[in-house]
Design a protein around this ligand. Structure first.
Ligand code: ATP
Ligand code: MG
Length: 571
């Protein structure tokens, strides 16, 4: 069983301490705050499982809040996809679904309040001028010539910005903090800008939109969030988060604590929505839910289960130190889950015809295979053996290499769950390609009978009766990138796309697999785990995706390619 043992982490320690001291009266309210500008990826799963998991474990609530302050990049499609993915992962926000855009009126009111208190001003410089006066990491910034304009003038301009009197880029509202602060985020950050653009929820009501740093902390406070968890890149924004809330102490109900943790970096993946969009829009993949994508929608179609992803996020833990997690950790979590839960079935990916010369022509002999080798209670299914069967091309070698124990001329192997067979001849076509192989079987050696152990053989190969096997479209997927750190190199990440990441074949499968339900997972014996594609499977006509092989075949390659930088995640 995949029993999740919840391990402690520094955030749980903080909450435990808050509960001891009574800081929040035992309340734990967290939130997952995605921007609806793309589909969620596996990195988001870390944040979702953390936020919803804490709320669950401490008897609190977790909000789903859309940070929808940037209408040019946002869309309802993304809102829907995000809701879907969070629910699929097994979390429920109940009635607690919020949108930053619901707070636009309040945010505006607070902005006016800051202006009247002399803590915000309208700056009429261009974006370029603002950039120039901002300074750098080694140089302090300089005050804008508009910094000391009277509050009444700023207020008038701000109202007219809202009323739509000015074109984009002519004015912004800035917090008045400190242009010489060593923290650039504190150098009079812009908190409102003009954008004459339709918003997916507020329509054309607004033509000024609040910036993330201003919106986020206020949204947290208005929702009574206790612990506002975010990734490490927001550490330098925390002073601004606190500054805004300190100014509004009489306006908002509480001052949540921002706590940063390390984001997930996973090998063979790109973890930024911008890059994922590039893959979709450039048709490098077949959409956001392409089974090769490390989006949650893609992983789902690939055959990942919610339990496997939750197990993964638990296993990698939460810390303050940036690190890379190897893709095999995620794959192993899926193997663990599916090993436990998937029915065993036979699928032949590259069929080769095998004729048992001494097997009676019309005979069908029942052989029995367990549905799960460790779960006798799951029972067995019947596999009919007939004179002509298919085996896997890879299970035959005309001139066997050293250590090859499967079928070759003169060699004896077991047809799984059936008899020992010996290869007696090979038939080739005009081009010299093997068309069929001929064997004889030993009727005294049937699996499960006393004769099964007369002779020991090393090869034990799977097969399907030619008369019964059914064709099924099957996609053999591999990793999307052939480099473990595709977005940290000098080259464009797309140059590391693996040209062999998708191969479509017609496999032969057991007849019962034609009834596979969408998203049902199977172990194809000796091959790996396959899922019936949730979009393309039709009743009686499954399409299978290979989720993962039985064993890791990539470990060696990952060792050979060291990271280009340890923390080169590019935004
Ligand atoms: P991206 O750069 O992929 O667009 P983002 O941080 O801009 O990601 P948001 O929609 O703002 O995406 O993210 C919502 C939440 O998910 C944030 O709290 C963010 O910190 C968290 N998150 C995003 N990426 C990761 C990651 N790789 N690991 C852990 N948490 C993440
Ligand atoms: Mg973001």
């Amino acid at each position: 069983m995949n029993t999740l043992t919840i391990s402690s982490n520094f955030i749980r320690n903080i909450i435990d301490e808050d509960n001891r001291s009574g800081k929040w009266n035992g309340r734990v309210e967290t939130r997952f705050p995605p921007e609806p500008n793309g589909y969620l990826h596996i990195g988001h799963a870390k944040s979702i499982c953390l936020n919803f998991g804490l709320a669950r474990d401490y008897g609190g609530v977790c909000h789903l809040r859309f940070d929808d302050t940037n209408p040019e990049k946002e869309a309802q499609e993304y809102v829907d996809a995000i809701c879907d993915s969070v629910r699929w992962l097994g979390f429920d926000w109940g009635e607690h679904i919020y949108y930053a855009s619901d707070y636009f009126e309040k945010l505006y009111e607070f902005a006016e309040y800051l202006i009247t208190k002399g803590q915000a001003y309208v700056d009429s410089q261009s974006a370029e001028e603002i950039r120039q006066l901002r300074g750098s990491l080694i140089q302090p910034g300089q005050n804008s010539p508009y910094r000391d304009r009277p509050a009444a003038e700023s207020l008038d301009l701000f109202r007219r910005m809202r009323a739509g009197e000015f074109p984009d880029g002519t004015h912004v509202l800035r917090a008045k903090i400190d242009m010489t602060s060593p923290n650039i985020n504190m150098r009079d950050p812009v908190i409102y800008r003009i954008r004459h653009i339709h918003h997916q929820r507020t329509g054309d009501k607004w033509c000024i939109y609040p910036m993330y740093d201003f919106t986020h902390c206020i949204s947290d406070a208005l929702e009574h969030i206790t612990h506002s968890l975010c990734t490490l890149e927001f550490e330098d924004h925390r002073p601004l988060y606190d500054w805004v809330l300190d100014q509004l102490v009489e306006q908002v109900p509480c001052h949540p604590q921002q706590i940063e943790f390390a984001r997930l970096n996973l090998t063979y993946c790109v973890m930024s929505k911008r890059k994922l969009i590039e893959l979709v829009e450039g048709h490098f993949v077949e959409g956001w839910d392409d089974p090769r994508m490390n989006t949650l929608a893609g992983l789902r179609r690939r055959g990942y289960t919610p339990a496997s992803i939750r197990l993964f996020t638990e296993r990698i833990g939460i810390s303050k130190a940036d690190s890379w997690i190897d893709m095999t950790v995620l794959e192993d979590c899926l193997r663990e889950d599916l090993n436990e839960h998937a029915l065993r079935r036979i699928g032949i990916l590259k069929p080769l015809k095998l004729i048992i010369d001494n097997f009676p022509e019309d005979q069908e002999e029942a052989c029995y295979a367990p549905n799960h080798p460790q779960k006798p209670e799951w029972g067995k299914r019947m596999l009919p053996l007939t004179k002509t069967v298919y085996i896997e091309q890879d299970d035959f070698m005309e001139i066997p290499s050293k250590g090859y124990f499967r079928l070759s001329p003169g060699a004896e192997v077991r047809l799984r769950y059936a008899y020992l067979i010996k290869c007696v001849s090979v038939v080739k076509n005009d081009q010299g390609m093997i068309e069929e192989i001929h064997c004889v079987y030993d009727p005294a050696t049937k699996s499960g009978t006393a004769g099964a152990d007369i002779r020991k053989v090393k090869g034990n190969i799977h097969w399907l009766s030619a008369r019964h096997a059914q064709p099924a479209e099957t996609r053999v997927y591999d990793r999307l990138f052939n480099h473990p750190y595709p977005d940290t190199g000098d080259k464009d990440f797309k140059s590391y796309l693996n040209p062999h990441s998708k191969q479509t074949i017609t496999a032969l499968v057991e007849p019962s697999l034609l009834d596979a339900q969408t998203e049902q997972c199977f172990q194809f014996e000796r091959h790996g785990y396959f899922v019936a594609d949730r979009m393309e499977t039709q009743p009686g006509k499954p399409v299978f995706n290979r989720a993962v092989t039985l064993r890791d075949t990539w470990g060696k390659m990952a060792q050979e390619q060291a990271p280009i930088t340890a923390k080169g995640r590019s935004k």
